[in-house]
Design a protein around this ligand. Sequence first.
Ligand code: SF4
Length: 445
Amino acid sequence: MKIKDNCGVFGIYSNKDCVRDILQGIHLLQHRGQRYGGVATYNKKNGIRIITHRGWVEQKEQDHAFRSEEIKELRANFGIGHVSLKDRQPFLPNIKFNAGDFTVGFSGKIINAQRLRNMLKKEEGLSFNTDIGIIAQLIGRHSDIPSGIEQIYKQIKGSFALTVLTGEGIYCARDPYGLKPLILGNRDGTYAGASESRALQNLGIPLRRDVLPGEIIFIDKNGFKVLKKLKGKRRAYCAFEWAYIASMDSIIDGIPVKRARLNLGAKLARRDRIKADLVAGVPMSGIGHALGYHYESGIRYDDVYLYNRYSDRSYTPLEQKARDAIAKIKLSVIKDSVKGKRIVLCDDSIVRGTQIREKVKELKAAGVREVHVRVASPPLMAPCDYGLSTRSYRELIAINMSIEKIRRYIGATTLKYNALSDFVEAIGKPADELCLKCWTNEPVF
Ligand code: SF4
């Protein structure tokens, strides 16, 4: 079992029809949310138009994919897109707002949702069950969007990256701690923002800069305009972005994800004196760590798993059993590469231990002599409160077992994790600017 991020946001103001760019943008963020995809655009004739689907964004010839008539219907020069693990967005509730018509894409988590729900019910007589509903309601009761977003900064305890679409343009905002990433880019007449830089880079949009924690930025045909800079008590960039969540071709808050993963792998290798025939990563997020280990140790790198690209065209099922079955089809062991070998197997983290245990079992069944598991992040000691698909304390194996017990449970020959100090150093940001709650159990606020 892997922890998963909940959502990815995207917004673009272009000098031409932008719908296909939005679809490509959210497709490039698919690793941040696989259950729903949605697009909202604005044009003068139709106002705001939203279409959402269950499933992956690019699923040609399937009835839940974005069809050509829908793409035509959405035609506009500006809009936002969203991928999600939990609900359909962009969100447009069926009520009249003071702020006028708008729709929101949100990535993050509201911790004090119940308190806000009660307050809104009492004051407005309305109550939404979802975080995105609360956000829309908080924004909508103000006369303009920036004041509404400012209220979110003041009232919400939690993390967020937001895109808000109106008839004038797009607002982008990031929580004052910087827990959720958001980056801007532009190219002659096109201005865009996205949860990760890969969505912009792969659209040929050069990166401009990260949205700073606490900033509210407006995007229209004139470019980016900073409307507000709200101060947080501290910065707390999610350290897991570099170790696991973000794609390896992204740059998060100035640090390339690949560079951080190579550093993490190198740190693991520096503490090791084992003899092995090859080093490999558990795809996909273990690959960068394995490469870093290989560069540092000089031990040969090889792929031991084949990634089955034809297994991609499926929903992410809700049941763990079905997800495990898909995981098996996705990765198969390349027996010829591993038979009789001593392998260093790198992974980003261990949650419950069931997945890495399965991987070790498969390698042993294929004739591997030794499997030395190396984990880029320190043992997970707390669930995430700020937007990852959270597991309870009970499910985290490192809370319940010593490292030696975990080793025996997963069947590895040896098992080592990166120390927290090495982990932080490898990422390259000071510890007091990172959220490290997964490992220290110290909340950000
Ligand atoms: S608790 Fe963990 S996953 Fe959540 S924001 Fe902090 S470091 Fe990231």
